[in-house]
Design a binder for this molecule. Sequence first.
Ligand code: DC
Length: 232
Amino acid sequence: MKKIIIAIDGLSSCGKSTMAKQLAKNIEYIYVDTGAMYRAITLYSIQNNLISKGEIINKLELQKALPNISVNFKLNNHSLSPETYLNGINVERKIRSMEVSNNVSHIAKLDFVREEMVRQQQAMGVEKGIVMDGRDIGTTVFPNAELKFFIQASAEVRAKRRYDELVHKKMKADYEEILKNLTERDEIDKNRSISPLRPAKDAIILDNSNLTIEEQDLFLLKKFNEKIASLS
Ligand code: DC
């Protein structure tokens, strides 16, 4: 069967990763969480005192270090989900902390960081058969992706989902702080000069505020099957 590239973009915490992961599992494609890549670079920057409280302390140092920072994914044999590794260390849990969330948009708007991440992401898609989620996949990373989704949901629904996820993982969670963080991040992501967050012209827009996980999974699968049928 012909393999395609599926781009899933959208607002923070709207469940993109959950649905992208499930779709990839259903159709046996590779799943790539590009937000995790920006989060890993942010964690590196925090650990090396290159950023603090949203202020970039040493941009030049980060630019110099970037070629030597390795971010990759390995499958967890128990959960069967990919986990993020920073320079060989599993950082899957650490990159989801509020400290990383509060700093990541500032790292993700640096031109040299975006250039390097986009280069790595494009290399991952050379053989197609990939579901990639992020903010600029359908617009910048794979403007020719065969299938593009743009996912949105109300800020309150998204904050509640992130809150439940953190509580479930037994991590520190404060609903008001999460709501503030994700609305601020959306603003920075939408207004940055390079690859701002916006739907690609040919993206299918899905508001999942009132959808169950099963309903959204079925929607994506239906669109995938229609696309494959139209290509054969
Ligand atoms: O999807 P996420 O919340 O894990 O993403 C973390 C941050 O990374 C988000 O605030 C914006 C940024 N990001 C980006 O700029 N481009 C991407 N392709 C993915 C994420």
